[in-house]
Design a binder for this molecule. Structure first.
Ligand code: 2HG
Ligand code: ZN
Length: 468
């Protein structure tokens, strides 16, 4: 780093928050997958919005691009350096402010973890609508920047739907502050909505005003063993119709369960294996267990159904699903493809993806699990070299053929940008590039994430437009 930039950053954040010592950098340079890793010249850790703005201004003047980073739990390579970018860590922006118990709203600094926010609002009778397995590390700023989904999208939608105000630093250092928390505000472009899901390429999210949901402590979880995904989706339909307050509907398969049992040392949930496992959770002000039990009685075999009401019992059932990511990671470094197709095509996708993979990449070992209610499966592929994308290509082309999207909730990052044209049209992509150029003409914020700024390639142009 040039001495003048170092001196400037020291003045802004203090020398202890400008990390240059190589020993201190690795946890900022590799993401959760361990597949995406790079080398940063430094990590800078501002404490508040003004410091973020000053850091962005200084780095733009010295032409040092920045990768904004929260809990670094991303899975698509969008939160770590790739070509010498510095890391802008937002974790010190960890204040929770302006809780409004009447409206059910709160403002969280970008670095507040989801778990810290849950622990703050739950005793006050409210809850954060979005929940996900990486809650202890994932930060609110990162969750908004990536429009995180998680396990309750079926009921409340993804992170973008919870945002009712946002503060962010633009690439020129200007602070965009829209934090009044008005439920209705129809005054031009919805900039917070645009920044949600922009993966740090348009601005650095510094504070977020979130709408909360009433805490729903009465909960019931059921785990069902079923012959196939088609059967699971059929049962899910019955539960959706009959059981109130369905909050999560998750699936996994025997190969994933087997890894979880081995890695976590858990006992199998049922005496015999099944082709597919469906986990559902209902929540409400009143105990949802009787209605869920009644729905299950007419739709599922009691011998392969478990119902849990107490917190420890519910957690025990959730562990079979939530421990998939770590169990897979303990086995190797997977390729992670987070895809969605229309719910009506999900069972076709699951069957076809296995045959297409067997033909295109016989060495790939697919582990599938995900959010069945949203039509979102996580296709994890073990046994594939980090830079061999044959299997990824086969899966993502199938997704496009079935009218789906190559990213349901994890974003594009750098992992998927090669395939963005499969499910976004040339007009879409050039509009997105125009927005990027307008807001970040110098390409200082997360360059190379989602797309490169050069004009579309011949391959992009030749790609079929979905639905055309
Ligand atoms: C989940 O649903 C996360 O658990 C992670 O989105 C998915 O590890 C994955 O592929
Ligand atoms: Zn997920």
């Amino acid at each position: 780093m040039v001495p003048a930039l170092r001196a400037r950053l020291h003045r802004i954040v203090g020398p202890e928050h400008l990390l240059e010592d190589r020993d201190l950098l690795p946890s900022y340079e590799t993401d959760w997958t361990r597949r995406f890793t790079g080398s940063a010249p430094f990590v800078v850790r501002p404490a508040d919005t003004d410091q973020v703005a000053n850091v962005v201004t200084a780095c733009r003047q010295f032409r040092v691009p920045l990768v904004p980073q929260g809990g670094n739990t991303g899975l698509v390579g969008g939160s770590v350096p790739r070509a010498g970018e510095a890391v802008l860590s937002l974790r010190r922006l960890d204040r929770i402010e302006d809780f409004d118990p009447v409206a059910g709203e709160v403002t969280a600094g970008a670095g507040v973890t989801l778990q810290a926010l849950q622990e703050f609002v739950r005793p006050r009778g409210w809850d954060v609508a979005v929940d996900l397995a990486s809650r202890a590390s994932a930060t609110i700023g990162g969750m908004v920047a990536t429009n995180a989904g998680g396990i309750r999208v079926i009921r409340y939608g993804p992170m973008r739907h919870q945002v009712i105000g946002l503060e962010a630093v633009l690439a020129d250092g200007a602070i965009l502050a829209r934090l009044p928390g008005l439920l209705k505000d129809n005054t031009g472009y919805d900039l917070p909505g645009l920044l949600a899901g922009s993966e740090g390429t348009l601005a650095v999210v510094t504070r977020v005003r979130l709408r909360l949901i009433p805490a729903r402590p009465a909960r019931a979880v059921a785990l069902l063993g079923l012959p196939s995904l088609a059967a699971a989706l059929h049962v899910l339909q019955a539960i959706r119709r009959q059981a109130p307050g369905l909050e999560a509907a998750e699936v996994f398969f025997p190969e994933g369960l087997e890894l979880v049992l081995r890695h976590a040392g858990l006992a199998p949930p049922f005496p015999r294996p099944h082709g597919c496992y469906l986990l559902v959770e209902c929540a409400g002000a009143d105990d949802p267990a009787p209605a869920l039990a009644a729905a299950l009685e007419s739709a599922a075999d009691p011998a392969s159904t478990l119902l849990a009401v107490s917190r420890p019992d519910r957690d025990r059932l959730w562990a079979y699903r939530e421990r998939h990511t770590e169990a897979i990671s303990a086995e190797g470094i997977p390729h992670k493809l987070d895809i969605t197709v229309p719910l009506a095509r999900l069972a076709d996708f699951e069957a076809l993806v296995r045959t297409r993979l067997a033909a295109a990449a016989p060495g790939a070992r697919p582990i599938l699990f995900g959010h069945a209610g949203d039509g979102n499966l996580h296709v994890n592929l073990l046994g594939v070299a980090p830079d061999d994308e044959t299997a990824d290509d086969a899966v993502l082309r199938l997704v496009a053929d079935l009218g789906g999207s190559i990213s349901a909730e994890h974003g594009i990052g750098i992992a998927k940008k090669r395939w963005l044209h499969l499910t976004r049209s040339p007009a879409d992509i050039s509009a997105m590039r125009a927005v990027k150029r307008a807001l970040d003409p110098a390409g200082i914020l997360n360059p190379g994430v989602i797309f490169d700024l050069e004009p579309p390639t011949a391959a992009d142009e030749a790609a079929p437009v979905p639905g055309a």
